[in-house]
Ligand binder design. Structure first.
Ligand code: UDP
Length: 463
């Protein structure tokens, strides 16, 4: 698909250096390239090999996509605490690159608030990518704007998200700490700067599809006046041609192929969450006792001789019932496998969308960031999942001494989603969403149309 102006657009993509941010932006650059855009992905030397691998198949198909490696200036200054603040150090290089290449647009992660002014210097429109859906975008803005937490006296007090399309209740302890904190930290400063640059930016690309959260997509645009294009689920475009989309090479293939449809729970907490040993032990026990369900459990630990996070002899005892994957799992193809009947997720937005696209009901276990909002979308609005019952927002690395979710709660939630009376209803609704997601990215679908209009708008600028 060429844009109507017939000039080839050149778009730069600048992902924040964390997997939950790079994965959708790499996929977005591939998507744009497959629609006739020249796509350039900027990244640091450490991430470049991963990027190169991810774009290989798109390149082989003859599409115009490349990687531009920028230096990460840690040698000069040492790695500052909390990588976020280090992103400011990249400014001079990005400025030079934009000056030299003068792309038609810069799509940059929300964690680079300075990119808007930088791009404006050269008359380049900057689009913000937050990496979350409309529901969480609206909830975040409402909480920032109306500050309901200031009226709460205890952590357990319930509040309703103000000026929101549906009534959603949370408790005070589920609000992100960076919103509640009075003291300025590097992260609160970055968060504030990110909000301030929003008004000046050209618009927002949202990884979602209209049918998933129509009331919130409308609310974001009308109540908050944001110009947004939804083009998701980004991972659903060109699934067949995706380098990562196959389980062929993975050790889980034989195991999962021997299982019946909807008989296995997939458990993964994204790329950053790392639980303490006592929490992992509870998960192991919960998995072992859940009504004969199989499980694939992804744990961000290396294989060691002494693994104190696992009961003695656990893996041997679980042979046939459960598979533990240490490190990185091919999440999308696992979720797509017919044997997977439930997904225990930390509610990172990419994981939620991947679960939705695969038509899999969820057990929600939010940890950090905007994940508590995502949980409400799944359990109360879409009604395709149940909450395991987490009450406390925390950072990605949980430093508490005690497990916060006990084995009984894990077992109960898994059984509810896999075998209870409500399970069939959740599964049926999840199947409908999967069909909607598939349609959204096909010609005539809502995401397809938004992508087309974005490209046309960019093509007509300065024409
Ligand atoms: N992911 C994966 N294998 C893993 C862990 C994560 O493929 O073992 C992918 C997952 O499919 C998703 C991304 O990493 O695309 C995680 O993003 P998400 O927003 O769910 O969570 P975050 O990592 O940002 O907390």
């Amino acid at each position: 698909m060429e844009t109507k102006s017939h000039k080839q657009l050149h778009i730069f993509f600048f992902p924040y250096m964390a997997q939950g941010h790079t994965i959708p932006l790499i996929n977005m650059a591939k998507l744009f390239a497959s629609h006739g855009v020249k796509s350039t992905l900027m990244t640091t030397p450490l991430n470049a090999p991963l990027f190169s691998k991810a774009i290989q198949s798109t390149k082989q198909l003859g599409f115009d996509i490349e990687i531009l490696v920028i230096k990460f200036p840690t040698e000069e200054v040492g790695l500052p605490q909390g990588c976020e603040s280090a992103t400011f150090l990249l400014q001079p290089q990005i400025e030079q690159i934009l000056d030299e290449h003068r792309p038609h647009c810069l799509v940059a992660d929300a964690f680079f608030p300075w990119a808007t002014d930088l791009a404006a210097k050269f008359g380049i429109p900057r689009i913000v990518f937050h990496g979350v859906g409309f529901f969480a975008l609206c909830a975040t803005l409402s909480v920032l704007l109306y500050e309901p937490h200031l009226k709460l006296s205890s952590d357990s007090e319930v509040f309703t998200i103000p000026n929101f399309p549906v009534e959603i209740k949370l408790i005070s302890s589920q609000i992100p700490a960076y919103i509640k904190q009075n003291a300025e930290t590097e992260f609160t400063k970055l968060f504030k700067a990110a909000r301030e640059c929003e008004e000046k930016s050209f618009g927002f690309i949202v990884n979602s599809f209209y049918e998933l959260e129509p009331a919130f997509a409308d609310h974001y645009r009308t109540a908050f006046g944001r110009k947004a294009w939804h083009i998701g689920p980004i991972s659903s475009w060109n699934k067949a041609a995706d380098d990562e989309a196959s389980l062929d090479q993975h050790k889980s293939l034989n195991w999962i192929n021997s299982k019946k449809p909807n008989s296995v729970v997939y458990i993964c907490f994204g790329s950053m969450t790392n639980f303490i040993d006592s929490q992992l032990l509870e998960i192991a026990a919960g998995n072992a006792s859940a009504s004969g369900q199989g499980f694939i459990w992804v744990v961000k630990r290396e294989k060691n001789d002494k693994e104190e996070w696992l009961p003695e002899g656990f893996e041997k005892r679980m042979e046939g019932k459960g598979l533990i994957i240490r490190g990185w799992a091919p999440q999308v193809p696992i979720l797509e496998h017919e044997a997977i009947g439930g997904f225990v997720t930390h509610c990172g937005w990419n994981s939620i969308l991947e679960g939705v696209s695969a038509g899999v009901p969820m057990i929600t276990w939010p940890v950090s960031a905007e994940q508590f909002y995502n949980e409400k979308l799944v359990t109360l609005v879409l009604r395709t999942g149940v909450a395991v019952g987490v009450k406390q927002w925390s950072t990605f690395v949980d430093v508490k001494k005690e497990a916060s979710v006990k084995r009984e709660a894990i077992e109960k939630a898994i059984n509810q989603v896999m075998v209870s009376e409500e399970a069939e209803g959740m599964r049926a609704r999840a199947r409908v969403l999967r069909e909607m997601a598939t349609r959204a990215v096909k010609e005539g679908g809502s995401s397809f149309s938004d992508l087309t209009s974005l490209l046309e708008e960019l093509g007509s600028l300065g024409a």
